[in-house]
Design a binder for this molecule. Sequence first.
Ligand SMILES: [Zn+2]
Length: 64
Amino acid sequence: MATKAPIMVTCPRCGALTPFTPQNNWRPFCSKRCKLIDLGDWAAERYRVPQAPESSSEDEPPDT
Ligand SMILES: [Zn+2]
């Protein structure tokens, strides 16, 4: 009987191999740090307001 090997996944943050097991609280990340960093990035992305470029083509020409 072969011992059941844990499924290994690569951490989306740093690329380290980490076991995808119920014991791994940070799966699919390798550590709490990587998970927090990734969530932080996601939040930063979410709160970043996209700046629309100034467009003057919509201005009405003063031709009266
Ligand atoms: Zn990692």
